[in-house]
Design a protein around this ligand. Structure first.
Ligand SMILES: *Cc1c(COP(=O)(O)O)cnc(C)c1O
Length: 392
């Protein structure tokens, strides 16, 4: 008997049906769940009038983020992009500098660099973690750069490389041992874009706490949401104080006088949003546990389709929050990926490709860029599957 391999699209549809059943209504990629104290805490803000920039929930939220991540300090802000913008400023990234970011990331990573007046410099990813490839980055930095009085300098553009921003894609931690070693050897400050990885650990330590600063996002689609929101974490008290100061209009404390000592930002997280976040954080462990369970179901269902689809597992040495489950075509091919996306979306499963590589976007087309063979292959092969905790 001859057997004909099913189309990749039919294979993935089969996996989705097996794990999720047949959707009565379109099944979203990720949706929030408010089944804890969300209504109570938000109502309390409305009842007491503490809805805006002052209130106990902002302090509680910051304290809880610090406790959960193990960072000494946390500063809550309006969104993850603002958090990264502020982290870059307090890490002393100046206009005209360059910042290493993965080409394979959400646009917010590179936008924050541009907001700081600096230039993103795109680097390749690693197939295993989907995050910055430390070995390729080391070779690239040696090749294009040289040591200068104020740090590592890009010899081609003449600009200082002021920071590197690894991003933990879909919750899977990057190889932080190797990336910290690169940061150390080249004297480049490390800031983690941990927007997607609340609840994820690398060798037991929470993502976002390896560099000088880390950031999280609490947008509606993240594992925990404040409606919109973000946080900066750091172990350095001076950086934490500066971040709080900058995000609260740089106002000097005084009983009545309005004196501001630098150009600040109105980036403070409102109490109303923090209240929602406090209730969500109480449920973080449960969200992570259910998402990990869902990931295992996908993994098992994908076993019999292994010649076509590879399951993206958590890297060895890490504990991932599996924010979004991802699969990859064994043979990267954008046309097959798109045909699959059409099939599964038509069937009511809201699946998505990975982001368009940032160096291909019009505003970043002229930015410095390393060779990107792995990021290109991931781009042409990866699909995210519905990953809401309620699906378990
Ligand atoms: C969500 C996200 C951000 C930005 O967060 P916002 O709160 O939407 O501004 C930044 N980087 C990555 C990788 C993200 O996924």
């Amino acid at each position: 008997m001859t057997s004909i391999a099913p189309l990749p699209s039919a294979s993935l549809l089969n996996v989705l049906q097996q794990v999720l059943g047949t959707p009565a209504a379109p099944m979203s990629l990720h949706e929030p769940e408010f089944a804890g104290n969300e209504w109570q805490y938000v109502k309390e803000c409305l009842d007491t009038g503490w809805v805006s920039s002052v209130g106990k929930y902002v302090d509680t939220f910051e304290r809880r983020i610090a406790e959960i991540t193990g960072a000494r300090h946390a500063v809550a802000v309006v969104n993850g992009t603002a958090a990264l913008h502020m982290a870059l400023l307090v890490a002393d990234v100046k206009p005209g500098d360059e910042v290493i970011v993965p080409a394979l990331s959400f646009v917010g990573t590179a936008n924050a660099v541009a907001h700081a007046g600096a230039h993103p410099h795109f680097a390749d990813s690693e197939a295993n973690s989907l995050g910055l490839d430390a070995h390729a980055l080391r070779a690239h930095l040696s090749h294009i750069g040289e040591r200068s009085a104020n740090g590592w300098r890009n010899r081609v553009t003449g600009r200082r490389i002021a920071a590197m921003v690894p991003m933990h894609a879909f919750g899977h931690p990057c190889d932080m041992d190797a990336l910290c070693a690169v940061a150390h050897d080249f004297g480049i400050p490390l800031i983690e874009d941990a927007a997607e990885s609340l609840g994820s650990r690398w060798r037991g330590r929470h993502t976002g706490t390896f560099g000088s600063l880390g950031i999280f996002s609490f947008n509606g689609n993240k594992i925990v949401t404040t409606g919109g929101g973000g946080a900066i974490v750091t172990n350095n008290e001076t950086l934490a104080r500066h971040a709080k100061h900058l995000t609260t209009t740089a106002k000097l404390p005084h009983r009545w006088a309005f004196v501001h000592d630098e150009v600040g930002y109105n980036y403070r997280l409102p109490n109303l949003n923090a209240a929602l976040g406090c209730a969500q954080l109480e449920r973080l462990d449960g969200f992570v546990a259910r998402k990990r369970q869902l990931a295992v179901r996908y993994r098992d269902a994908l076993r019999s389709h292994a010649s076509t689809w590879a399951y993206v597992d958590e890297p060895e040495g890490s504990h991932s929050n599996f924010w979004l489950v991802a699969v990859r075509l064994q043979t990267p091919d954008a046309a097959t990926r798109d045909a699959t996306l059409a099939t599964v979306n038509d069937a009511g499963y809201n699946c998505r490709p990975v982001w368009t590589l940032l160096n291909d976007l019009p505003m970043f087309r002229d930015a410095p860029c390393a060779e990107l063979p792995v990021a290109r292959a991931i781009e042409a092969s990866l699909i995210n599957l519905p990953s809401s905790p309620r699906l378990v």
